[in-house]
Design a protein around this ligand. Structure first.
Ligand code: TNX
Length: 768
């Protein structure tokens, strides 16, 4: 009877956005109805459990204790308690949660109960509460179940190493988001991170490198710091158990046959050429320049020294390693990498060539396929399933393999059509090493995967029919850590994108609602703050643009996607902060900065250094159309908007031309005296970008008849790759200027991209 009454007093269906109700759950439950009133969770509250929910009851009690609420566990059912009840027959992960002023009842499958508890924890207030205070749980009815059976997050611990304490924190984050798989990338070129008893050198040698490149690849040097770390088998067992208690499966990855420099550094006989010295393509540390032989890599990328596929002892080694790995990880799936394996050494290696002949293989791609299939037979015999990156499709898929599609979705689609299970991890949008912000100011690998595109991701490709779609187990985000050297950086890169991904994987497709998710973001940020989690606020990035002002000069326009936010700005660093209402007139050189405040808290900022010259804000036209990837900001106006790049190619102001000349005509508005034009440009031959053959300046009074006054092919650098082509001439009076930057032409032989048309870049024409 009581149950019925509770259900009756539960009112409004929540479809309009959970925020309005004060409830903000991520991932959004399949169905939720708000009731009225709330359950008062006090110190001394009772959690009633049954055998099936005992572990989850203890977990909840521990977490509530950290919130200042001590609870008592009871096997006996008592009134006014939190009840954790078993339900049978539901879909894995399903649960229901019913809260009223009288009690809280969660029932579900074993993992469902755990997810119900996660939901309950999110119903609690996020503000810090004093000890022994009452927590209010709003009355609600939730019926929930996951959409996908595979909800994964990956973490690379080779490029940078993270201590076991952080791995547990990472696992806690996954648990909060109802994710169920942690893909632990344990080995790579830059460090072997798992203790293997039979091969002790893997950690004593393979887990440490002599140094790490500084800055973005190819980097500016080497820090010469010995760097490394590993997990003992004891730590691993502990972590696997910790994850299991949170209903998370840990899938270990042991990379083969490529990305194996660290293993080869420990045991050179794993290489096709044990006596050849390891090549560190850029900036080897001074320490490693002194030692000869095999080395753990110190820079990022793909390396040619890989496991020898001709030598049987390679397979003996890998089987020994995998035997220990399987004893540590009970997961059905074991990941063996398989990606980015150059075939250069195999082509040259007599043993690999002998293997190709003996096995009747077509080529080195077929040899890679042989390699993976041989390892698959070993894993299958032990009752395990092999997972690999989508390169394992090349040369023929191992019969039972699961494919992780990372180079887009094509690999996943092909595998599903071959009736293989697939996990979607496409670079766009679920590589969380790519930036979330257009104004990224930390060092990241590049690319742009904003929160919106993660939220919009659909793991089941439209190309598949419903039977094929059944092979898509789910999706996963990958966290490659070349540019993440601390746990805080990892958090900054994964949040809030992990929250968006969790909704993609958990919530029913029909109920995914971007506007609603966006309304829940502030509450989500509050929760991150509450638990001390670092996150990116890039979603609220201010959009700044420079526009021509009527009558000369510029207008600085600021836009925010958050209508309730306040924008404040300053002109020059000493200036006072002013409230932004409308585009700000800019009449001279200086520094502009602005911040967005939400609920009094600074959320995002932008700044620009304006350098005024006679061309600034003037009318400008260009003849050739820039390449669509480098259209500048406001097209040709980029050339006279008073700003130019201080961070190389990744600056949005560039106009880029493939093969074409830049011909720009500037109208100074009135006749003026000019004596020089400087063009800011880029010299980066490795990216096919060349300086112009020359820059010519012509002047005119009528905008029709021009005469050339100067020409130059000088280049004055202001950074490693950027600088000015200055054209000076005798002072001349003119209203119109025509600047012609002659494209370099074809890329010369011996240079990257030889024979192709050179790129020409310009982002400012400074007229004095
Ligand atoms: C490609 S994804 C890799 C990794 C890099 C990553 C950087 C994959 C299978 N291989 O080795 O860390 O790109 O985004």
């Amino acid at each position: 009877m009581k149950q019925i009454l509770i259900v009756l007093c539960l009112a409004t269906q929540v479809g309009m956005g959970q925020q309005a109700t004060g409830v903000s759950l991520v991932p959004r439950p399949a169905s939720m109805k708000m009731g009225s009133g709330s359950f008062r969770l006090r110190d001394g509250a009772v959690i009633c459990y049954v055998a099936q929910s005992a572990a989850t009851a203890r977990y909840l009690a521990d977490l509530l204790a950290t919130q200042g609420v001590r609870t008592r566990l009871s096997k006996k059912r008592v009134p006014h308690a939190i009840q954790l009840r078993a339900a049978t027959g539901g879909k894995p992960g399903s649960y229901s949660l019913l809260s009223s002023k009288d009690e809280i009842v969660i029932s579900g499958t074993t993992d469902g109960l755990f997810y119900g508890v996660q939901t309950l924890l999110q119903l609690l207030p996020t503000k810090s509460v004093a000890r022994k205070q009452t927590l209010l749980v709003p009355a609600v009815r939730i019926d929930d179940a996951p959409r996908f059976s595979y909800r994964g997050m990956h973490l690379d611990v080779s490029r940078h190493f993270f201590p076991a304490t952080f791995i547990k924190r990472f696992i806690d984050y996954l648990a909060q988001h109802k994710m169920n798989t942690f893909h632990w990338h344990l080995t790579d070129d830059q460090g072997w991170r798992i203790e293997i008893k039979k091969y002790p050198l893997l950690i004593s040698k393979g887990a440490f490198r002599n140094g790490t490149i500084i800055g973005r690849y190819p980097g500016t040097g080497n820090d010469n710091q010995r760097y490394g770390g590993f997990y003992t088998q004891r730590e691993i067992r502990d972590i696997v158990k910790y994850a299991e208690q949170r209903h998370i499966t840990v899938i270990p990855e042991i990379e083969m046959p490529g990305h194996s420099s660290a293993a080869i550094a420990a045991y050179p006989w794993l290489s096709c050429f044990p006596d050849r010295e390891t090549v560190i393509p850029t900036h080897p540390s001074s320490g490693s320049q002194l030692v000869h032989g095999k080395k753990v890599q110190e820079t990022w990328g793909v390396f040619e020294d890989v496991f020898c596929a001709g030598n049987d002892s390679t397979f003996g080694f890998l089987e020994d390693v995998l035997t220990e790995v399987m004893s540590l990880f009970p997961s059905r799936m074991i990941h063996v990498g398989g990606d980015e394996c150059p075939k250069v050494n195999w082509k040259e290696c007599p043993k690999c060539q002998a293997r190709i002949r003996a096995e009747g293989l077509a080529d080195e791609h077929a040899l890679q396929s042989y390699f993976i299939q041989r390892i698959e037979r070993f894993l299958n015999a032990a009752g395990r399933t092999l997972v690999g990156w989508d390169e394992i499709l090349e040369g023929g898929l191992a019969p039972n393999a699961v494919v992780m599609s990372w180079r887009g979705e094509a690999g996943g689609i092909a595998a599903a059509r071959q009736r293989h299970q697939v996990i979607m991890t496409p670079q766009k949008p679920v590589y969380f090493d790519q930036s979330q912000s257009k104004n990224e100011d930390s060092l990241v690998i590049g690319g742009f995967n904003p929160l919106e595109s993660v939220y919009a991701y659909e793991p089941v490709p439209a190309e598949l029919d419903s039977a094929q779609a059944g092979f898509i187990l789910g999706a996963q985000a990958n966290v490659w850590t070349e540019y993440m050297s601390s746990p805080k950086k990892v958090e900054y890169m994964i949040f809030p994108r992990l929250s968006a991904l969790s909704e993609v994987l958990w919530s029913p497709k029909e109920s995914r609602d971007r506007a609603d998710f966006e309304r829940r973001l502030p509450a989500l940020f509050q929760r991150y703050d509450h638990q001390g989690t670092r996150y990116s606020t890039a979603f609220y990035d201010l959009k700044a643009s420079l526009l021509p002002a009527a009558g000369g000069g510029l207008l600085w326009k600021l836009e925010s996607r958050e209508p309730t936010g306040l924008i404040k700005y300053t002109v020059d660093s000493a200036g006072r902060e002013m409230l932004y209402n409308e585009p700000v007139p800019v009449r001279g050189s200086g520094r502009l900065s602005a911040r967005l405040y939400m609920a009094g808290k600074p959320m995002s900022s932008v700044s620009a250094t304006i350098r005024f010259s006679r061309s600034t804000g003037r009318a400008v036209t260009i003849t050739a159309v820039p390449n669509e990837k480098y259209p500048g900001q406001g097209g040709a106006f980029s050339l006279v908007n008073g700003i130019y790049s201080n961070k190389g190619l990744s600056f949005p102001d560039w106009l880029g031309f493939v093969g074409d000349d830049l011909v720009a005509t500037i109208d100074l508005g009135t006749r003026d005296t000019v004596r020089s034009v400087r063009m800011h440009t880029l010299d980066q031959n490795g990216s096919w970008v060349y300086l112009p053959a020359y820059v010519d300046v012509a002047v005119s009074d009528d905008g029709v008849n021009f005469r050339s006054v100067g020409r130059s092919s000088e280049f004055v650098k202001d950074t490693l790759t950027m600088g000015f082509v200055p054209v000076s001439f005798t002072a001349v009076g003119a209203r119109y200027l025509r600047v012609t930057a002659k494209n370099y032409g074809l890329i010369p032989t011996g240079k990257p991209g030889a024979g192709n048309k050179a790129w020409l870049f310009a982002d400012e024409l400074i007229v004095e």
